[in-house]
Design a protein around this ligand. Structure first.
Ligand code: CUA
Length: 342
């Protein structure tokens, strides 16, 4: 193999890999498929900057290739004429990039200013990043939930972002760019979804071993459906009927879970370490988007969180693994109780 064979092969391989990624029919986190006004404005700006970058690339490469070809070595030719300094050329290649930078800077800075002020805020949501899940609090509605953010479609929602531990980043690729989530500081940020749907979202700042599994969903709904959701979330948890497996589960929950989890309607269940579970059964996923929310996955999760998401708080000392302190029957019962919280 020639000395260039191996790097060339690698380049072709990496290129093919990158190209094949573009073939995915599903693009839930594609920033170039904007669905909200903030993302659309950012996308338009991206294309302006990308067009200038592409133009600069083409001109520079064309000049480079032309120079290589025009001044290539020919047999019998001596050393070519040497030049040093060319004032006009130097002024030109200083002014031209400056003009390009100004052309890019003007729309960039004006969009930054424009997006800093949200139009007619319909709703505020307080967002707290935790290793590795998201807490959403709707102060105007008295609702606290986790990992699933419901918003009314076509309305401006303003976020007040902070963190309980390390720096995270709030990112809903189809609705807006990223915003840092910093402990001890509150960043504000807004989005507006133009069409109803479920938007996949993700922490975008390396924040520990489960950073990649710090996902969330934004569910944009028409106003009436959103209000229906709010009403359901405001209702305290229904007490299970005596003698049912759920009632047995509630007892297990009272003795093992209330120090870390809140469930409105269960006396003493006011823990703030883990997510508020008042309407856990209404969520689509568990463990911040790691698996589908069903009874079997919930049992696995309660028995040994590390099997689904190594490193989470529930698996850290001094918290025991529940498969070591509870019987399989107790785990099944508590899972049925939690799954029944709708
Ligand atoms: Cu939180 Cu990455």
């Amino acid at each position: 193999m020639s000395p260039f064979g191996r790097p060339l092969l690698l380049l072709v391989f990496v290129g093919a890999l990158l190209l094949s990624m573009a073939c995915s029919p599903s693009d839930p986190q594609n920033t170039l498929a904007a669905q909200g006004i903030v993302a659309k404005k950012q996308q338009d700006l991206f294309w302006v900057v990308a067009a200038w970058a592409a133009g600069v690339f083409v001109v520079v490469e064309a000049l480079l290739l032309f120079t290589l070809w025009r001044f290539r070595h020919r047999p019998g030719q001596g050393e070519p004429h040497q030049t040093h300094g060319n004032t006009r050329l130097e002024i030109a290649w200083t002014i031209a990039p400056a003009l390009v930078l100004i052309t890019v800077a003007v729309p960039t800075v004006s969009l930054l200013w424009e997006l800093a002020e949200p139009p007619r805020v319909a709703m505020d949501v307080r967002v707290t990043g935790h290793q590795w899940w998201w807490e959403f609090e709707y102060p105007g509605h008295g609702v606290v939930t986790a990992n699933e953010l419901h918003i009314p479609v076509g309305e401006t929602v303003q976020f007040h972002l902070t963190s309980a531990d390390v720096i995270h980043s709030f990112w809903v690729p189809k609705l807006a760019g990223k915003m840092d989530v910093i402990p001890g500081k509150t960043n504000t940020f807004w989005i507006r979804a133009d069409s109803p749907g479920t938007y996949f979202a993700q922490c975008a700042e390396l924040c520990g071993v489960q950073h990649a599994n710090m996902k969330f969903r934004v569910i944009a709904q028409p106003r009436d459906q959103f209000e229906q959701w709010v009403r359901a979330q405001r209702t305290p948890a229904r007490q299970p009927d005596p003698g049912t497996p759920e009632a047995a589960g509630l007892e297990v929950f009272r003795t093992n879970c209330i120090a870390c989890h809140t469930v409105d309607g269960v006396p003493g269940a006011v823990g703030k370490v883990g997510p508020n579970l008042t309407h856990f059964g209404s969520r689509q996923t568990l463990a911040a988007g790691v698996v589908e929310n069903n009874l079997q996955n919930l049992e696995t999760w309660i028995a040994d969180t590390s099997s689904l998401k190594p490193g989470v708080e529930m698996a850290r000392t001094p918290m025991p693994r529940f498969n070591q302190t509870l019987t399989p029957e107790q785990i099944q019962a508590v899972a049925r109780f939690v799954a029944g919280l709708r």
